[in-house]
Design a protein around this ligand. Structure first.
Ligand code: C5P
Length: 243
């Protein structure tokens, strides 16, 4: 396992987990983060991974105020977990999660924002990201190169073909300085082009970096993703046993 090479001992790391989405594309009776996956809910896997990495001062989780499932989970009362009210869009939930740690976090601290719906995140990727970016001025995101050819379309008509060597898929965690991220999300509030933290920073004129992540860090979006996540969790457990 890659060890964490902390350069500045005064800088803390925080995790913010937006978990207030309804996940319409799952067609399920509850938000996707509360569906069962290998014996526990998706969000319990995600939060356990973050807590077990042992790098975060706290994990701030933004959940809908009408969410009946969250208070039922034991992990909601874990000492490392802070609960914040969710917002209308993902960016609003992230901003709320940031505000909930505002009395403890310094502007220079690093925040790793991670989707509740990505339960297969590994400690290896968290450490890779921190080791790669902690001396950067801006920060960056885990991402994967696109193996498919990508088409821009208008209805069913192909308008053009993108150069896939320049196209990467944005994953989470996305790692930025507390102060810079909060300012960028506040300044871009309501802008629907802000679908991740990096896009808010980009709109402010910054240039976030990419760090190549593992392909098993999938986002649960459609029903078939649960079976795939189950497979990856099992595979990761077997790899851990062998190492
Ligand atoms: O819907 P999508 O998969 O893009 O959502 C990504 C993450 O953002 C999920 O963990 C979801 O719960 C969260 N989210 C949120 N608040 C919203 C919308 C989405 O916290 N208003």
């Amino acid at each position: 396992m890659t060890l964490l090479k902390t350069m500045n001992l005064n800088v803390k790391f925080w995790a913010v987990v937006p978990a207030a989405g309804v996940g319409k594309r799952m067609n399920a009776d509850r938000p996707k983060q509360y569906l069962m996956l290998s014996g526990k809910t998706v969000i319990e896997h995600t939060l356990s991974r973050l807590i077990e990495a042992q790098v975060f001062s706290a994990v701030s989780v933004a959940v809908s105020e009408e969410d009946p499932y969250w208070p039922e989970l034991a992990i909601a009362r874990h000492e490392a977990i802070i609960t914040a009210p969710g917002g209308k869009e993902r960016a609003d939930s992230v901003l709320s999660g940031l505000k909930a740690i505002g009395h403890q976090a310094d502007d220079d601290d690093w925040v790793l924002v991670h989707d509740a719906a990505r339960p297969c995140l590994t400690a290896e990727d968290i450490r890779l990201m921190i080791n790669t970016l902690q001396n950067d001025d801006v920060g960056g995101i885990l991402a994967l190169p696109s193996h498919d050819t990508l088409k821009q379309v208008n209805g069913n008509d192909i308008v053009n073909t993108q150069d896939r060597r320049q196209i990467w898929r944005a994953l989470t965690p996305q790692m930025f300085r507390y102060g810079m991220l909060k300012s960028a999300l506040t300044a871009t509030a309501g802008n629907l082009a802000v679908t991740d933290e990096a896009s808010a920073l980009e709109l402010m004129g910054f240039t976030p970096k990419i760090v190549e992540g593992r392909p098993d860090n999938i986002k649960i979006t459609r029903p078939e993703d649960l079976a795939l996540a189950q497979f990856y969790l099992k595979q990761q457990a077997q790899q851990k046993e062998l190492s």
